[in-house]
Design a protein around this ligand. Sequence first.
Ligand SMILES: NC(=O)c1ccc[n+]([C@@H]2O[C@H](COP(=O)([O-])OP(=O)(O)OC[C@H]3O[C@@H](n4cnc5c(N)ncnc54)[C@H](OP(=O)(O)O)[C@@H]3O)[C@@H](O)[C@H]2O)c1
Length: 281
Amino acid sequence: MNVLVTGANGQLGRDIVAACTAAGDEVIAADHTRLDVTDRDSVLAALTTLRPDVAVHCAAWTAVDACESDPDRAWATNALAVRWMADGCRRAGTHLVHISTDYVFNGEQEEPYTEWDVPDPLGVYGRSKLGGEIEAGPDATIVRTSWVCGEHGSNMLKTVLRLSAEMDSLAFVDDQRGHPSFTADMAPLIRQLGLDRRPGIHHVTNQGAVSWYEFAREVVASAGRDPEMVRPIATADLQPPRPAPRPANSVLDNAALRLGGLPLLDDFRVPLHRLVRTLLG
Ligand SMILES: NC(=O)c1ccc[n+]([C@@H]2O[C@H](COP(=O)([O-])OP(=O)(O)OC[C@H]3O[C@@H](n4cnc5c(N)ncnc54)[C@H](OP(=O)(O)O)[C@@H]3O)[C@@H](O)[C@H]2O)c1
């Protein structure tokens, strides 16, 4: 199939391009310099000229704290740009795969969130991403993921690896829980959802719910360092406090996959060890 990937130089975009290429697809890797998704004319021209079978929309403004101080940029990139993508896809007969986030939820629910729980984002980033889901429309595949880690770009796994090599003691919050999700695992499944043109929301994460504190300990241990160097703190004790509130419970039940007979991704520790080995050489 022919696949257009937006945000192709981002953490997830890089691995979507790799997964599609490995599967033999013809891939148009559109990074930010090649396609600015906030430019309506460029988006419509790209889609109606290239007419890909599937567009995987990975482009987003993901700087959660910065979104709080520049909401217009967040709305333009994370919501309105999806309107251009959906319009272009409709005109070109392209199936849209839109990537979204756990931050659409407020995190107050005790249980994992299913695709049918009601979103209630806490901050500008989550609100703008929820706007993007609405713009993608009912025919699109919407993939919500969480705590994304990949080989390319910056993420919490890389931060923990770096800090644990530089410092004797690290503190991570123990009152925010989620499913760490690895782009190399997610990418082939996201490609398959697009190939199948499956409409609706799909939670796609690795399995195994942990706090950031527990996640950091796994990373430190995987790197052959002492996990006791990581100590738990509360979000309220973070100094300086972060501008954007985070959901305390980010755990996404992959119910649409599970109940739809699709395979779930591995426990996060499997790709975690693989990625640590790759990064440490
Ligand atoms: N990271 C996470 O933990 C996480 C969690 C849940 C969901 N998600 C979602 O997963 C998707 C992929 O995230 P990621 O972690 O791969 O983020 P990322 O590494 O920040 O990648 C996003 C890419 O979008 C590009 N971009 C930003 N504005 C653009 C524009 N106007 N036009 C075209 N490209 C633009 C960025 O390019 P520049 O850097 O050059 O601007 C970047 O390469 C996003 O939809 C995100 O909301 C991420």
